[in-house]
Design a protein around this ligand. Sequence first.
Ligand code: IVH
Length: 671
Amino acid sequence: MQDRVNELRRLLHEHNHRYHVLDDPIISDAEYDTLMTELRELEAEHPELVTTDSPTQRVGATPTTAFAKVRHKEPMLSLANAFDVGELRAWYGRVRKLLGAEGSVPISFVVEPKIDGLAMAITYRAGQFQGAATRGDGMTGEDVTANIRTVGSIPLALRLVDDRPVPRVIEVRGEVYMRTADFEHLNEMQAATGGKLFANPRNAAAGSLRQLDSRITAGRPLRFFSYAVGLIEGVILRSQWDTLQYLRALGFAVNPDIRRLDDFEAVIDYCAAWMSRRSELPYEVDGVVIKVDRFDQQAELGVVAHDPRWAIAFKFPAREATTTLRAITLNVGRTGRINPNAELDPVVIGGVTVAHATLHNEEYIVGRDIRIDDRVTVKRAGDVIPKVVGPLIAARTGTEQPWHMPSTCPSCAEPIQRDPDEADYYCVNARCPAQLVRRVEHWVSKAALDIVGIGEEQARLFVEKGLITDVADLYLLTPEHFTEQAGYGTKKVANILNGIAAAKDRPLERLLTGLGIRSVGSSVAELLVQHYYVIEALMMATDSDLNAIMGIGPHTATTIIEFFGHEPNRALIHKLQRVGVRTANAAPVVVPTAGALAGKTFVLTGSLPTLTREQATELISQQGGTVTGTVSKKTDYLVVGDSPGGSKYTKAQQLGIPQLDEAALRQLVGT
Ligand code: IVH
């Protein structure tokens, strides 16, 4: 009996480690659950066999009422910051000087991504998980033992390291964090259940750890990277690099992107590389931590105030800032969608001044209780449009005003409508000038008819002067239309008119893209022309014809039918034909039907280890398979990479769609 219990615990610890730390499980979740159930049953029959490190003991049943204070045995230090390479070099200069290394003493550095989470100290005695405390003010933290116990990547029992004794006591330090995709998924679920929304992954991790009921924490996707050892008895560690290897051997997750570098120029390169590649990481980082590797050198350098002189944080530009939201304005998209935008007191985020940010839709604003004159958090990540994350409720003065969607279009003043299944409002007036400007911009864009010489300024001019009432009118423009127009000389006008004339003969898929039918982008347009190479045929297609096309979902089929069923749209197609725009392709594009994946539909999610999205798509289509963007009953396989998108993944699981990783995909293809 005791033997079986021990064996089950050993297996469960092992599989837990493979799953949470190595990301390399070798049994299914169901098999894991079976082992767990067996252990639970044995422990229920023999309560005297239950131990605190048993895998069944991750979640305690009784919520606490408050977090006890814990005094750290050794203070948890903070880090001085360097905001540019100059400050980094200055730090290196001081380190060299203090170590008397201007001559020949070599200094190695360990560089680690600086995860934006919460520092944690976790104590083990005789190899057993003992307790965990937050950093707090560095001297005193809070006891979050019950909650930390639920984090799968934190071992309950240390693994043995062959040539070293188990430390009598070891305090492992590191960062509790949440991956970006997990955070977004959590917020979606919170929104669906009316729960609290978190501003960023760091707040979500903090909020999850501050739960008095550890069963709630257990349901949160928390992870842990270890990066330091506080108190340790019975084992001697000599360097940061040694420590990281040791922590990994004990069963902790250690960041895979850590490096030991002997040359300070390489340290600078490392910082620069991750600064530009930070969005490739599945979690948020706010910088790079640089540590002098050798502990004897660290000791020589010492600590000033709370910052060790042997380490520094190279900080990346901020991605968030707070400012005041002054107004909410509306802009009308080409599909008529009404997009609310925030007008902000200008604020510099990561070197760029931000004065406008997206607010998505009414539900987003009302759900987050964002009000006019609120202090708000604004986020700007990479090239993504800045967005308002949420209000700072504590900063309210009482004068802030809630906002609601008006009932009419800001451009044409016609009533706006909301599809009950969607969060967005639409202006459905076909003659709405704002929509026409956007439609022209889209029509002339590179992915569509690619007309050179026309941009937003010209689109606005044509619409506001009444020179055009639809995109077909572009082809009827003559030099006379421009005679009274300042800034439009003969040469410029000739350029515009030539550009328009030259684009009459683009392939049908470009025209279909240009029409701006909802859910019909370039790839769907290409799929359509493989089946319908003259537009009349597509206009006559039925719902079931379109649904039969691999890669076209029921929603897209319906929007296409509705589009061509709408008389003004049919009239537009005929008008385009009259003005000489090509609406047919010369010959049908051959659809590959042979190949290992013929007739199979794939959806990709997450980033694959070696293939880019384009390469994976090409691999699949070369073998006759189709790649689509959304999971449906017609999907044959979901190809899953790192940090998969929550909704595709969940949907595929609900529908029982088989999942492949890159290796399995390659096997299927036979490469
Ligand atoms: S070392 C003296 N290493 O950054 C050493 N900290 O600004 C102090 N952090 O409180 C910590 N990743 O929450 C260290 N690889 C890393 C880190 C890291 C994130 C956080 C940690 C710490 C804060 C200091």
